[in-house]
Design a protein around this ligand. Structure first.
Ligand SMILES: Nc1ncnc2c1ncn2[C@@H]1O[C@H](COP(=O)(O)OP(=O)(O)OP(=O)(O)O)[C@@H](O)[C@H]1O
Ligand SMILES: [Mg+2]
Length: 212
């Protein structure tokens, strides 16, 4: 009699980056690449589509000054993350599906600690399980800012962090925090295909690409 192979866990991938660097585009490319390698893959994003995520999206797009809501946002992001993990990410990983998340803990360490003590933000997120691999996509500030400007001109709403001095801090913080947390840093310059190739090479190089 043959027994079924025990189900192996899926891998949890995160792609991060300052606004406009192309991280959302690369999440989709990563999903396509993993599927082509024969994996079952689920794409998700933070803030999540759950109740706390929706609350956050409303606050980010509202007209409160950032200083008035930064503590609330830090708490809500951490709560949304645990809800997202429990409701969506962990059950999928346990059933063998890979999960790609557009933003995760590193986003909070970067954005929330612009206004708050880093240690507090880290503490709030201490029960969020670590991703198997986190990729940071980087791009020069002016290139990313030009893309954001084009999107605002086309009618995309501006959010509380979408001002250039803040974006400048976000770019610098991402690089600092990525080094601190051992995220893989990928150069986001060039075509979408070129960047996708670098993401894949970086994941292969760190043993996170599925074996053929
Ligand atoms: N390598 C690239 N070359 C040229 N344009 C790109 C590249 N990658 C993404 N873009 C374009 O740049 C814009 C921003 O991309 P994307 O939404 O992926 O960025 P993002 O970093 O996720 O932004 P946000 O954080 O605001 O969601 C999109 O219009 C996308 O098509
Ligand atoms: Mg995005």
């Amino acid at each position: 009699m043959r027994y079924a192979e025990p189900m192996s866990r899926g891998r949890f991938y995160v792609i991060e980056g300052a606004d406009g660097v192309g991280s959302t585009t690369q999440c989709q490319r990563l999903v396509d690449g993993l599927q082509a390698a024969g994996r079952r893959v689920h794409l998700t994003a933070e803030p999540s589509k759950g109740p706390i995520g929706l609350l956050i999206r409303g606050m980010l797009g509202g007209d409160h000054p950032r200083a008035a809501i930064h503590r609330e946002l830090a708490l809500l992001f951490a709560a949304d993350r645990l809800d997202h993990v429990g409701r969506e990410i962990e059950p999928l990983l346990a059933s063998g599906v890979d999960v790609v998340s557009d933003r995760y803990v590193l986003s909070s360490l970067v954005y929330q600690s612009l206004d708050l003590p880093y240690e507090w933000v880290r503490e709030l997120n201490k029960f969020a399980p670590a991703a198997d691999a986190t990729v940071l996509v980087t791009l020069p500030l002016d290139v990313a800012w030009a893309r954001l400007q084009a999107r605002f001109a086309a009618g995309d709403p501006r959010e509380v962090f979408d001002v250039k001095p803040t974006q400048s801090q976000v770019h610098a913080e991402y690089e600092r925090q990525a080094r601190r947390t051992c995220a893989v840093i990928v150069d986001g310059r060039g075509t979408i295909d070129e960047v996708a190739g670098r993401v894949r090479a970086a994941l292969s190089g760190t043993g996170h690409w599925p074996a053929a």
